[in-house]
Design a protein around this ligand. Structure first.
Ligand code: XMP
Length: 512
């Protein structure tokens, strides 16, 4: 049996991050709503429970609370921020609003630790933590002691080592807390007794067994986009049920330079039915004259389904449809609610328009970095596994305005030059995402002795961990210079190169 940590979600903004930090330490965890019934928690059988932060105040009547039985399970608990206050209040302490502004804390805070507390074992006595709270614990519950303080907050950590309950007022999951990782490590390994049995090699072995059992001798169909998730899924399914698998790779003609061939090559040696459908002509035809971004997305999404559907019918008698849903998709659709800024067309989001027996989502519990790790275990080339995110609608949303074959070709060349130079400069793995955009701005230039009136290409490179917010990459001037010179010289129809220095927000990563 695999060791599991249960993270109960109280609506904090760093909840996904907590889950990732736990998994990074080779301990499996799942994030569930705080309303999870006690019986289910028992069945989940965690070795430890983490209460997340959240925007509420524990002393208000509508404050979210777990089933009180959770305190009687004999399982260690770590409460973070709101979770810490909840722990304190539920066990007899007193939490109040920090009426005096000096007791509220936001941001980096020098904090002093009692190293006899298991959470802080082997750490320095003083370090920086990230605080973000307006409430504080005025009285700690019986059985607890104080284990950390800051100048403004005498109760930065409480612990009851007998019952293995720990509460931290700060956020160990964010990188601004200097020793946050070590504190989580101490909770997982010292307090909960984890052994670190969550590895991709094990996961691979288990998944292959499970898939074989579930699929039996049924037939599986996978829509392959060429992105990391669906490529890794294809490799996993090929390992598990290769001879019963058909992969349909819809080449919509909106891919980057050489991308279609690279995807096809990665699957060429595997014993599976790999179908590359060249649908570029029909996509271009449908997109002709369309300039509105959401309309482009809509057309591409729909067209993709039509092509896939036709291919599925041709294959016939398919029992399972496989999708590359990953854990952030599950968390986002199941737990939180965020505003839709752009309707993301994910190939994984196909409706079950054909009569499938079941949908398979073998990656639904993995984070992106784990999916990449699994891809490596499966022997996929690094060029595929480490690929930066690429939107489903592809280059259609990087050609501003109407999309034509000529514009796509210009963009493909410019983008390839940018990527090549980024790789040469060793920046391809440090920038989170980078690409070229063909704007619909034309301007006057002078080339040779002649006047030109050509397009401007915009370069975009961003740093981000979650793509919800992003900052532009501080690229070296000489790199930008090389890229600009090469693009203007090598790509006919382009006479100007711009570098985008907008963060997200207010801009988004993509232009459309
Ligand atoms: P934005 O532009 O919303 O992008 O800041 C955030 C991240 O999402 C990717 N993206 C998409 N991915 N289908 C996708 O699968 C889409 O329609 C889509 N639009 C944006 C974008 O590349 C970035 O990584």
């Amino acid at each position: 049996m695999m060791e599991k940590i249960l993270i109960l979600d109280f609506g904090g903004q760093y909840n996904q991050l907590i889950a990732r930090r736990v998994r990074e330490q080779q301990v499996y965890c799942e994030l569930h709503p705080h309303t999870m019934p006690l019986e289910e928690i028992r069945r989940f059988d965690p070795i430890g429970i983490i209460f997340t932060g959240g925007p509420h105040s524990v002393y208000l009547p509508d404050a979210p609370r777990p089933d009180p039985g959770v305190f009687g399970l004999g399982v260690p608990i770590l409460g973070i921020c709101y979770g810490c206050q909840l722990l304190a209040q539920s066990l007899g302490g007193l939490v109040t609003a920090a009426g005096d502004a000096s007791a509220r804390e936001y941001g980096k805070t020098e904090t002093f630790f009692d190293l006899t507390c298991a959470l802080f074992r082997d750490l320095p006595e003083t370090s920086v933590t990230w605080m973000s709270h307006g409430d504080y614990m005025a009285r700690i519950p019986e059985g607890f002691r104080l284990a950390a303080h800051s100048a403004a907050c005498p109760t930065a950590t409480i612990c009851d080592e007998e019952r293995h309950f720990y509460g931290v007022q700060f956020h160990p999951e964010v990188s601004h807390t200097t020793f946050g990782r070590e504190m989580l490590h101490n909770f997982l390994y010292t307090v909960c007794g984890a052994h670190g049995d969550w590895t991709m090699a094990d996961y691979l072995r288990r998944s292959v067994e499970e898939l074989r059992e579930r699929v039996g001798d049924g037939r599986v169909l996978l829509a392959l986009s060429g992105g990391v998730d669906s490529s890794v899924l294809a490799a996993l399914l090929s390992e598990a049920v290769g001879s019963q698998l058909s992969c349909v790779f819809v080449d919509h003609g909106l891919l980057r330079k050489n991308e279609g061939d690279e995807v096809a090559a990665a699957f060429a040696d595997r014993a599976l039915d790999f179908r590359r459908v060249d649908a570029s002509a029909r996509f271009l035809e449908r997109l002709r004259g369309v300039t509105e971004p959401e309309e482009k997305r809509h057309i591409i999404g729909e067209e993709f389904i039509r092509v896939f559907e036709a291919e599925a019918k041709a294959i016939g008698a398919v029992d399972y449809l496989a999708q590359g849903t990953i854990y952030p998709d599950v968390i986002e659709s199941g737990l939180g609610q965020s505003a839709i800024i752009k309707s993301h067309h994910n190939v994984g989001g196909l409706p079950d328009y054909v009569d499938f027996k079941e949908i398979l989502e073998p990656l639904r519990l993995l984070f992106k970095d784990e999916v990449r790790q699994l891809g490596r275990e499966l022997g996929l080339p690094e060029s595929l596994v480490a690929r930066q995110p690429f939107p489903g609608p592809g280059l259609a949303i990087r050609v501003i305005g109407d999309v034509t074959a000529e514009k796509l070709s210009m963009l493909r060349e410019a983008d390839a030059i940018f990527r090549e130079e980024m790789a040469k400069a060793g920046l391809d793995q440090t920038a989170s995402q980078y690409f070229a955009v063909l704007t619909n701005l034309r301007s006057v230039g002078v080339m040779g002795d002649g006047r030109s009136y050509d397009y401007a290409v915009a370069l975009r490179s961003v740093q981000t961990s979650d793509f919800m917010t992003a900052d532009f990459t501080r690229l070296p001037w000489d790199l930008l210079d090389r890229v600009s010179v090469r693009i203007v010289n090598e790509v006919k129809g382009v006479n100007r190169v711009l570098y985008d220095i907008t963060s997200k927000p207010p801009a988004t990563v993509e232009y459309e």
